[in-house]
Design a protein. Structure first.
Length: 237
């Protein structure tokens, strides 16, 4: 939800009664309810301060309704990502493919519970700007570092480790992303990839790898229409 401009607060004790009043020689229609509307944003902000997740969810709903065509996960898939972050108690998370920040905001709500932080990468200028704006509006910007650049170039520069990795970028590049992030994931960490159901044919090399690599234990989850692979890094003997 977009922010509401600050308005001058007027003490209720100074409000004129409902009805007509004269100001500057003209009649003005005055309604106490109109003045009370001035005070409503203050209460809304107070509620959001008490429950920061409510603010994030409001922005998530706003993104869903107002920013279409961003290749986002759906709401059930977003909730799944949040729950996976909490499940593995991730302190450091990595997302490859920010888009407008929809999935990153879901992930951040999980990281708020674990005390973690998300690094997310986006190559497109316009989507990166949208994501930065959405993270601020959702109140999760302090939990996220947004890297604007080509993930194939930027991921090798990252230090890791990452207990949670979410891959949702060009499907033909998934296998390269996997090769880069696998050494950064500690045993017990998880690598989640999107579109393993609806775009499976575009990532067959990736699918084969996560099913056969002895370092990974992989399951496929249909939390929504697109499908996820969930690969847990195994401890070496």
């Amino acid at each position: 939800m977009q922010g509401i401009p600050n308005k001058k607060e007027i003490p209720v004790t100074q409000l004129p009664p409902s009805g007509l009043c004269r100001r500057g020689g003209a009649l003005w229609l005055v309604s106490v309810s109109a003045f009370l509307l001035v005070l409503l944003p203050r209460e809304t902000h107070s509620q959001q301060a008490r429950d920061p997740d409510a603010r994030a969810m409001q922005r998530i709903e706003w993104m869903h309704d107002n920013q279409r065509g961003m290749w986002n996960v759906d709401a059930n898939e977003g909730a799944f990502l949040r729950d996976e972050v909490i499940k593995v108690n991730a302190k450091r998370a990595l997302e490859i493919g920010t888009s407008n920040g929809y999935s990153g905001t879901w992930i951040a709500t999980g990281l708020r519970k674990t005390g973690g932080h998300l690094t997310t990468l986006e190559i497109n200028d316009a989507r990166a700007r949208l994501a930065a704006e959405n993270f601020r509006a959702a109140g999760v910007d302090s939990l996220i570092t947004l890297v604007h650049g080509d993930a194939l170039k930027e991921v090798p520069k990252l230090p890791g480790p990452y207990e949670f990795v979410f891959i949702d970028a060009w499907k033909s590049d998934y296998i390269q992303y996997l090769d880069m992030v696998l050494p950064m994931v500690p045993p017990g960490g998880v690598i989640v990839a999107h579109n393993t159901t609806d775009l499976r044919s575009q990532m067959l090399d990736f699918i084969d790898r996560i099913k056969t690599d002895p370092q990974l234990k992989t399951t496929f989850v249909d939390a929504g229409p697109s499908g996820f692979s969930v690969s847990i890094k195994q401890a070496t003997e």
